[in-house]
Design a binder for this molecule. Structure first.
Ligand SMILES: [Ca+2]
Ligand SMILES: [Ca+2]
Length: 286
């Protein structure tokens, strides 16, 4: 392998490691639960909790849905002795969410965590009475999480409502052969052809919000990594970057689903894939 290839493989490994770390983070590490406690006003002394930490289950809620739940003493336990239920939803950068947590059984407290997960908002009484409300513009696309909690240790039923407004109207639909990048706005597809005449559609796998990879012959054998970057704030362009681990003929097609603008990139047969760094790809901002 060339030095560049080794670097590239190392890069892929780093990306894969980051994804594993991200999955593990969803297990609600103690540090995060501790952090949630500290964000509450008049947070009780640290280390109050001993023994069991409850079961940290995440349920799902969709935009414009109301769900009911129960806070019980067997739910996930924060350091301040309160219990918390987690509810996740698919959020899109550019959307604004309004989250209402109401209960007649307890004084509610509400958290909003981004996909990292980092706590981005917390609220006690911004709703009617002692109910909680968070209004927050999302700046990341991915799985966001709501924490339904009580102000002091308490239990009982509650109602949680998630309202989403705005967001992109992109029409890219992810499939086995289509990557949807950059808030689902850009569709990336590729075809390949070998010198022996074997050809087909590349299979697509998303990696991050902006980046994905494609394979031709086997899911374990990555051929292309493609990213679409939003550089609108400083160049008024979307950028397309791609790197390949192949020398077969490859045609990459990138479509801006909001404007139907299309760019294609062709790597000729028998040529080691030439890096694509197109900083003039799409003048379709915003
Ligand atoms: Ca519960
Ligand atoms: Ca409250």
């Amino acid at each position: 392998m060339s030095k560049a290839t080794i670097c590239f493989v190392a890069f892929l490994f780093a990306v894969a490691s980051a994804m594993v770390a991200r999955v593990e983070a969803q297990e609600r590490p103690t540090a995060l639960l501790h952090q949630l406690s500290l964000l509450k006003p008049n947070s009780p002394s640290i280390g109050q909790v001993t023994g069991a930490t409850g079961t940290c289950v995440t349920q799902t809620i969709a935009c414009n849905q109301t769900v009911t739940g129960n806070l019980t003493s067997s739910d996930c336990l924060l350091d301040d002795g309160t219990n918390i239920d987690f509810w996740s939803f698919q959020g899109q950068s550019g959307q604004t969410v309004t989250i209402d947590l109401s209960s007649t059984a307890f004084d509610s407290f509400l958290f909003l965590l981004d996909p990292v997960p980092t706590v981005r908002a917390a609220d006690d009484d911004s709703g009617p009475g002692l109910d909680s409300r968070i209004v927050f513009p999302l700046n990341l696309t991915g799985t966001w999480t709501i924490g339904a909690n009580s102000f002091v240790p308490d239990s009982g039923s509650y109602s949680l409502h998630l309202q989403c407004t705005g967001g992109s109207t992109a029409t890219c639909t992810p499939s086995a052969t289509a990557l949807c990048l950059n808030q689902g706005r850009f569709r990336v597809e590729a075809t390949f052809q070998t010198p022996q005449g074997q050809s087909g559609q590349a299979q697509a796998v998303g990696l991050t919000e902006d980046t994905g990879y494609l394979w031709f012959f086997s899911a374990t054998n990555v051929e292309l990594v493609v990213k679409v970057l939003n550089a609108c704030s400083f160049t008024s362009r979307y950028w397309v970057f791609a790197g390949g681990l192949t020398n077969v003929r490859t045609v990459i097609t990138v479509t801006d689903t909001q404007t139907n603008a299309v760019k294609t990139y062709t790597n000729p047969q028998g040529i080691a894939f030439l890096p694509i760094q197109d900083v003039n790809a799409f003048a379709t901002c915003p």
